[in-house]
Design a protein around this ligand. Structure first.
Ligand code: GLN
Length: 487
């Protein structure tokens, strides 16, 4: 492994700006690393070698500047990249090359980053393991027989395997944070509306939030700052300044949390998690107390209904969003032999193009939205969403942030949760409440359980993304970052 691939994004940006390394050299080192390990990891669905080297050459020629000039980044395949294949890991979009860039891709370019390629994921971001990718799963760099989390397992595995220093994910119910937790990396979900959804292939529009994946908290904050901020092309984008997440991460790294109140969510701190996860979590709490933090137990009684409410709201929105994949406008078309009706072609296309989990969600969502069931299911779930938001709001009257394990269990072996969908859904037990509320949350490594990484989650009030970076960086300053055994 080259030294360049071991460096953080902050170090790379500095080295390139100071002409100690060229952007082309840095891009080439990461492309070489991808060539060496990605056959085993399978983090990427598409590697854009030419595009990356051309973008890096522009940085070296001084045509592109920016805070992350020359730093490589990998982008989840649910995000539109002009001229570069974008499939959402679905057969229905195989070969689709978008005619435009997502806002965040434009911003990545403006910041000077070099896009290496598109990362693997569960189809349409539905899942917690990447096992629902139509192109085969990603393997966890810590143990190639285990899942890297999902849906953004490719982005998390790419950075854990040193194929990229930075990656972009999207978090609808936990798809940035849970992969971060099980790969020993940092994953942050910004405040909903803090990062633009324009150019994201929509799953659940009231929940989808793009955000950063990195190997340390400062790098995550740098990437967050590069992509965040108001976008008039997204109607739910927040027209307010982005909090100083980079400053907060640097403040946290000094290791002083004097006066900061951490609320331990009572309902998430006990049974339901693996013992090794709980002990890493409790040891982290003790470490944070040594840094000056105060621990307060808080009860969020409606969090227990978050999972069922999410599995009505997200599939309902998905059933509507995915109606556009009809064989007419994008990608796959099946059975168009001149003899079949439009409806038959649509039906054959959707039957062949969608995988089983996507079909399950479309059916569930269409059922929950149908007249007669709307009030009983979708309407009830929306009411629960309001109660969960109130739990957060009353908790934040007493504490600065809430904390919990990120996920109840460490990376599990392939195939162990695919037979029962509910077992897969449990991976997001602790991450989903935040999505329903809309606030920011981060997962930061906090130790190992049976040799596998455990994540610590920090949840903050909406628009207070800086707070979670401060606490996460403080924890990182005592527990350090994690490195998987050599591949
Ligand atoms: N695992 C959750 C789901 O399957 C969350 C997915 C996500 O955040 N995109 O819906």
């Amino acid at each position: 492994m080259s030294d360049l691939t071991k460096m953080s994004a902050a170090q790379l940006a500095k080295a390139i700006a100071g002409k100690e390394a060229s952007a082309v050299e840095v891009a080439q080192a990461h492309l070489d690393r991808i060539d060496a390990v990605d056959e085993r990891v399978h983090a990427f669905l598409h590697v854009d070698r030419e595009g990356a080297l051309a973008a890096a050459a522009k940085v070296d020629r001084g045509e592109v500047t920016g805070p992350l000039a020359g730093v490589p980044v990998a982008v989840k395949d649910v995000i539109a990249t002009k001229g570069v294949p974008t499939t959402a890991a679905s057969k229905i979009l195989e070969g689709w090359r978008p005619p435009y860039d997502a806002t965040l891709v434009e911003r990545l370019r403006a910041a000077g980053t070099v896009m290496l390629g598109k990362t693997n994921m569960d189809e349409f971001a539905m899942g917690s393991s990447t096992e629902y990718s139509a192109y085969g799963a990603t393997n966890n760099p810590w143990d190639l027989g285990r899942i890297p989390g999902g849906s953004g397992g490719g982005s998390a595995a790419a950075i854990a395997a040193y194929e990229a220093p930075l990656a972009i994910g999207t978090d609808t119910g936990g798809s940035i944070r849970q992969p971060g937790a099980v790969t020993g990396t940092v994953g942050a979900k910004p405040t909903y509306g803090g990062t633009s959804r324009y150019g994201l292939i929509a799953f659940s529009s009231s929940l989808d939030t793009p955000g950063p994946c990195a190997r340390n908290v400062e790098d995550a904050a740098l990437l967050h700052a590069a992509i965040a901020g108001h976008d008039p092309r997204d109607s739910t984008s927040i027209p307010q300044p982005v909090p100083d997440v980079v400053g907060a991460a640097r403040l946290g790294a000094t290791g002083d949390l004097t006066g900061v109140k951490l609320g331990v969510v009572k309902e998430f701190a006990g049974d339901g998690s693996e013992p090794g996860v709980l002990s890493a979590f409790h040891e982290s709490l003790e470490a944070l107390v040594k840094l000056g933090a105060e621990i307060v137990e808080v009860s969020c009684p409606h969090f227990q209904y978050a999972l069922p409410a999410y599995y009505l709201i997200a599939p309902s929105e998905a059933s509507s969003n995915l109606a556009r994949f009809d064989g007419v406008r994008y990608g796959l078309r099946v059975g168009d032999d001149g003899n079949r009706s439009l409806e038959e072609v649509m039906s054959l296309t959707r039957e062949a193009g969608f995988g089983p989990e996507v079909k399950r969600r479309i059916i569930l969502g269409a059922y929950a939205l149908s007249s007669g069931y709307y009030d009983a299911y979708y309407g009830q779930a929306q009411k629960i969403r309001t109660l969960i938001t109130r739990d957060f709001e009353s908790a934040f009257e007493r504490v600065d942030v809430l904390v919990s394990p990120t996920t109840p269990f460490v990376a599990f072996p392939f195939g162990s949760r695919t037979s029962d969908p509910y077992q897969m859904y449990l991976a997001d037990l602790f991450t989903i409440p935040t999505n329903l509320y809309g606030g920011p949350a981060i997962s930061v490594p906090c130790g190992l359980s049976e040799g596998l990484p455990v994540g610590f989650q920090v949840m903050a009030p909406t628009l207070a993304d800086d707070r979670m970076y401060r606490v996460a960086a403080a924890l990182e300053s005592t527990v350090g970052t994690l490195t998987p055994p050599a591949l």
